[in-house]
Design a protein around this ligand. Sequence first.
Ligand code: DGL
Length: 269
Amino acid sequence: MNTQAPIGVFDSGVGGLTVVKEIMRQLPEENMVYFGDTARVPYGSKSKKTVLKYARQIVHFLQQKEVKAIVVACNTASALALDEIEQELTVPVIGVVEPGAKMAAESTKTNVIGIIGTESTIKSGIYAKYLRKIHSDITVVSRACPLFVPLVEEGLLEDRITDDVIERYLHEFKEYGIDSLILGCTHYPLIRNAIARYMGQEVTLINPAYETAKSLKQMLAEQNILNKSGEMAQYEYYVSDGVEKFSSFAARVLPCHVDQATVIDIESY
Ligand code: DGL
């Protein structure tokens, strides 16, 4: 295996860039190829069959880029498609759900954890499944927050409308005494300041992106495929539509200069 080969990272759109950012921080030497399925976003309201079909096409595209590992930087795709694509691939794959659950289980003192995500992620019950594997006595309170994705996509990160929607979705968590809240959708870390303001200091917000990058590092080390070239990492970005919107979003989220993304016909993979 070529240790300098890139890591393939994909998401339904721009949200996975929050994971890319964390990988850049924790693994600055790793090259990356990112694919955002901007033509078919959102995945969060789609069925397992559809999301699995999309994930398989993306993985096929990433394999043609000769990636050495794949990060499913989308909670919905991790919830609905990770098990299947893991079995079908020869390169190592990780999703964002298991690392996020691990981080939340380590953070909670009250053993009452809140989870927010897309409709499909919440319906899958995947976070609760991983959490209960770690601690059987954890109480899980979950809620789908479908309006958060378009608010983030529209760039309304600090806005009265976003604050109102946060209150509408999250007020019930205050009644349950949660002390940790998993941001179980890749878009949500982008409104974490507004969520933190509403939930208050006693609730720790869990961003699975941090733990995912940590788990990725561990996995690459175990497989002996960490890039130790000492060279500056190269990044390539691909999308299925809306290249300008993607590029301006990426420039706001990522800490480095973002080269123009390339549009590909993902349906042909
Ligand atoms: N990236 C998706 C996730 O993390 C959110 C956006 C969507 O619904 O596709 O679940």
